[in-house]
Ligand binder design. Sequence first.
Ligand code: FPP
Length: 240
Amino acid sequence: MNREMEPLIPVEDLPQHIAIVMDGNGRWAQEHGQPRLIGHSAGVKALRRCVEACVKYGIRYLTVFAFSSENWRRPADEVNGIMALFVQAIQTELAELHRNGVNLRFIGDKQGLPSDVLQAMEEGEQLNVQSNKLTLIIAMNYGGRWDIMQAARQLAEAGLDITEQALAERMATAVCGPDPDLIIRTGGELRISNFLLWQAAYAELYFTERLWPDFSEADLLEALRDYAQRERRFGALSLD
Ligand code: FPP
């Protein structure tokens, strides 16, 4: 590794789990005089770079918001385009992901997703590498309210008491790993947009103006440095 690129962040100050709202693909396309779908395509490339950087810095979990429950409100052409990109990206990147020790997981409401998308998701989750360095969790047709609702519904249907632990165990992310430590949103908006509402309870939030297709390893490092400076108290008092 180039010495100038070394993060110089103590391992214990790195987040285990990063979650990202990859916003700004549309504006990036507009700035480049291109159709919105070209922006999403550039977004997939940015995701690839980000996954590589996360593996390099020893991040264990990366959750990305690919398609929200609300994104169906976009024009059909854009929705279909994103779905096609998604299937294509899984098919072309899966072997390379596995070679790099990355396992794939998907969270979200499977109902309403086209069959080719469901099939790609199934194939993506089938094979798992033993040398798992990073788990990439892709939120597809996901909404934070949907997640809380489906967990509550599971408890109601099983006739179980609603406790914090029982709900937490049934959140879509529970099988993937710990709650996110750091949530990054690109594209300049200061919102959570129905992402991991329950899981974000104690996450550090980081917002950047950078449009997602331009988000680089240097930008990730900046976010990691910022995170390393934060004092996480989880509701307790500072010890010093
Ligand atoms: C937000 O930008 C981005 C999305 C709604 C879709 C993100 C999708 C991808 C990067 C491709 C998904 C594929 C995989 C394999 C995860 P925006 O369109 O809201 O941008 P804008 O705010 O500038 O309009």
